[in-house]
Design a protein around this ligand. Structure first.
Ligand code: FES
Length: 251
């Protein structure tokens, strides 16, 4: 049975990208263990609003591990201590009575702080937009056997497609590299026949946009893979490098 816990909560407050930030400290009392981490922050905000104080700003949407919005650094880990889970899938039973819990935003030059722990991750949208379209004709629902795809390719493409674009890989990387994100997005299409016609253009354009937006280089520390809430593999990075080199050679 879940028990209630009391703990010290330190949250990062910052008014904008150029402002100096600081931690605010709160004593949280008797929070049930089956409260999700974001619900716990809701409780904090209810208290702040009741006291006529400004609520703590953090990003969230689905609260089901799907949208990738809940981008919080909790106790030194993107999305907190749970492996293969987003912040919204984290429950207070993970923590102990008397713990100090520190909440910070993603820290990356490419993700400027909007307010408190909400950051601007539109750089990822720009990389996706640079990837462009796929020319495959969608039309009506296809017969399942119309295009034969080896099962292992289909499985791998699906694994790559589980990347939710949360940015944990960038936040975890000492270089602020977005290679795990970009390689997952390139791979999910490169592995399927429908993605091949534009594969070369896509790999070049997405890498160029990533570099233009100020993301760092990959030096294979694997921090991205260790912290990814969807367990994306750095094998994707090797595939992106192959796709990119092939495209450059074809030029
Ligand atoms: S709020 Fe959507 S993944 Fe966490």
């Amino acid at each position: 049975m879940d028990t209630n816990i009391s703990f010290t909560l330190k949250v990062w407050r910052q008014n904008g990208p150029k402002e100096k930030g600081h931690f605010d400290t709160f004593e949280m009392k008797d929070i049930p263990g089956d409260t999700s981490f974001l619900e716990m922050l809701d409780i904090l905000n209810e208290q702040l609003i009741e006291d006529n104080k400004e609520p703590f700003v953090f990003d969230h949407d689905c609260r089901e591990g799907i949208c990738g919005m809940c981008s919080l650094y909790v106790n030194g880990h993107p999305h907190g201590p749970a492996q293969g889970a987003t912040t919204c899938q984290l429950y207070m039973r993970r923590f102990k009575d008397g713990d100090v819990i520190t909440v910070e935003p993603w820290r990356s030059a490419a993700f400027p702080v909007i307010k408190d722990c909400m950051v601007d991750r539109s750089a990822f949208d720009k990389i996706i937009a640079a990837g462009g379209y796929t020319s495959v004709r969608t039309g009506q629902a296809q017969d399942a056997n119309a295009i034969l795809i080896p099962k292992e390719n289909a499985d791998e493409a699906m694994d790559c497609a589980t990347c939710i674009g949360c940015g944990a890989c960038v936040a975890a990387c000492k270089n602020g590299s977005a290679m795990l994100f970009v390689s997952s997005k390139v791979s999910q299409l490169a592995l399927l026949p429908q993605g091949r016609p534009e594969a070369a253009r896509r790999a070049k354009a997405m890498v160029a946009k990533m570099e233009e937006l100020g993301f760092g280089n990959c030096t294979n520390t694997r921090a991205c893979e260790a912290e990814c809430p969807k367990n994306e593999s750095i094998a994707n990075i090797a595939r992106l490098n192959r796709e990119f080199i092939k495209a450059k050679l074809a030029d």
